[in-house]
Ligand binder design. Sequence first.
Ligand SMILES: NC(=O)c1ccc[n+]([C@@H]2O[C@H](COP(=O)([O-])OP(=O)(O)OC[C@H]3O[C@@H](n4cnc5c(N)ncnc54)[C@H](O)[C@@H]3O)[C@@H](O)[C@H]2O)c1
Length: 253
Amino acid sequence: MKRLENKVAIITGSGAGIGKAIATRYAEEGAKIVIADFNEEALQTTVEELKSAGHEAIGVVVNVAVEEDIAKMVSETVSNFGRVDILVNNAGVGDNMQAAENVKDETWQRVMDINVTGVMRGLRQIIPVFLKNGGGTIVNMASIAGLTGGRGGLAYTAAKHAVVGMTKNIASQYGPQNIRCNAIAPAHIETGFAAAMTNVDQFGLEVATRGVNLMPKAGTVQDISNIAVFLASDESAYINGVALAADAGWSAY
Ligand SMILES: NC(=O)c1ccc[n+]([C@@H]2O[C@H](COP(=O)([O-])OP(=O)(O)OC[C@H]3O[C@@H](n4cnc5c(N)ncnc54)[C@H](O)[C@@H]3O)[C@@H](O)[C@H]2O)c1
């Protein structure tokens, strides 16, 4: 039996990068997949790739910052697959490494809208579904910037700390009702994420990368999808409310 046999999983930001790798692994482990992304082209490509590999998958165009989109994501999943077992709140954006003195209001707002409010909207919509189901599993994508202070700009650091806080809040308050919520906190993973940053704050970049030579190596999307399978499956049944550093020991320094 596969590790996620017959489970139904929604993964946000799964048209590319870490989210796409998680969706692919979950499908290989037997899950039915909902690709939720605001990049329609990337979303369609991912859905087609999964289907042509023999997996069950649908796509829903979703901006996680928009409540109606999240509601549609959940309702379309239920109408297509009858239930939801797993939600991965993965969609997120960077803050161009803006240090406190250089934070731009529009950057702050975008990071909060997507990385914090987007996660809250996912949680708010999925909890009633999980309560009705008798339980469910949530995996939030935090960052090493959610566990340490100086590895990102101010907005990204604040946002990822909020993701860790929400993770613990859900685990604490809904754990007794068979809902598990854990987070993954990756260091540097090679995706399009860093390249998507523009006008990078030079001071912010310089201070956030101090000591980066102590990181044994960058990670791969497979490193993260392996952890995401474990946290979604019953193998981690006794784990709730953790933010697991995925950084080859970097933050253990
Ligand atoms: N790459 C890293 O080094 C790294 C490290 C730590 C944490 N993370 C976190 O991992 C997550 C995924 O990052 P990635 O590296 O795969 O990034 P990526 O840029 O490669 O992929 C992100 C995906 O999310 C989608 N997305 C962005 N905003 C969205 C929105 N509002 N609604 C719906 N979809 C949206 C994009 O279209 C894209 O398909 C993010 O939350 C990021 O903060 C990444």
